[in-house]
Ligand binder design. Structure first.
Ligand SMILES: Cc1cc2nc3c(=O)[nH]c(=O)nc-3n(C[C@H](O)[C@H](O)[C@H](O)COP(=O)(O)O)c2cc1C
Length: 273
């Protein structure tokens, strides 16, 4: 089979990015051409139409697709029958709370079909949790096997795509229902999430938060970051601040919570001038 794959991803703290890299490597191992594109770079990848299959990889945010990815997918040029697949990265919180992709797969499938793509697969993969407003990250020792299992799950899913086997994971109705009912509230509320953010005295005005915000929603004013009303609610700024100086009081306080960064992610790769 002769295939060229374009993988579009959004990733707050590196999990979805890592899964994208693993998927690309798996395609390349069997001789396919695979290109990776971060959707933060704005617009379509060069030669968008030249590919035969498209992957969309992103985290679940409150049981739905992150707003930035929904917007990107909904604005894709109309296609006729080109193949597409979806990979959702979910968060393993622990404490007996199951990761849940909510309505992501169904939502993604219907947006992509609306743009004329033929959706040939979808899979939700468990990775470490980055939702620090709810709970702190697990230790690196606890996160490592979760990442390893996530990479393996993506490798197996990509093999199905390579073999031409249609595989759309079934979503259980309670999680889908949660997505349908609660996600619209989150989509409205996410713009205001940064109202719960504040700085502590460890902030040394380095400006990294402003440089790495995926939607450019942070502005440095007199050496202090200020958040606008366009927050994507990915929690990258809180998780990746080198001084752990950004706090949030939402569901409990973040002061003592461990931050999360997928180990392969380098903060400097996210910086924009
Ligand atoms: C605002 C927000 C909401 C989240 N909601 C969910 C959820 O509904 N279900 C879930 O399993 N994980 C949820 N998570 C966890 C992330 O989806 C998960 O950790 C993901 O792997 C992060 O990927 P990334 O590093 O590519 O951003 C949420 C994270 C954030 C920041």
């Amino acid at each position: 089979m002769d295939k060229s794959i374009l993988l579009y991803y959004f990733s707050g703290t590196g999990n979805s990015r890592r899964l994208t890299e693993v998927a690309a490597k798996r395609f390349e191992e069997v001789g396919f051409k695979a290109k990776i594109r971060n959707i933060e770079e704005k617009g379509l990848a060069e030669g968008h139409n030249d590919y035969s299959c498209y992957g969309f990889i992103f985290p679940v945010h409150f049981r739905g697709i992150p707003h930035i990815m929904t917007k990107f997918m909904a604005a894709l040029p109309l296609e006729t029958g080109k193949e597409a697949f979806i990979i959702v990265s979910m968060g393993n919180i622990g404490y007996g709370i199951s990761p849940s992709q909510g309505k992501c797969l169904g939502q993604g499938k219907s947006i992509l079909e609306g743009r004329g793509y033929k959706v040939v697969g979808g899979h939700a993969v468990t990775m470490p949790n980055n939702f620090i407003a709810l709970v702190g990250a697990s230790t690196p020792e606890m996160a490592a096997p979760v990442i390893e299992a996530g990479e393996k799950a993506v490798g197996e899913f990509i093999e199905k795509i390579i073999d031409g086997e249609f595989y759309m994971e079934k979503t259980h109705w309670p999680t889908k229902l949660m997505g349908i009912t609660t996600n619209p509230l989150f989509l409205y509320g996410r713009k205001y999430v940064s109202s719960f953010f504040r700085l502590d005295d460890r902030c040394d005005s380095c400006g990294i938060c402003a440089k790495i915000c995926p939607v450019g929603n942070i502005e440095m004013v007199n050496g202090r970051p200020e958040w606008g009303r366009g927050c994507e609610s990915c929690f990258r700024c809180i998780n990746l601040c080198p001084k752990e100086a950004i706090q949030c009081t939402f569901i409990g306080r973040t002061e003592k919570r461990r931050r999360y960064k997928e180990p392969h992610l380098k903060v400097k790769d996210l910086m924009r001038e």
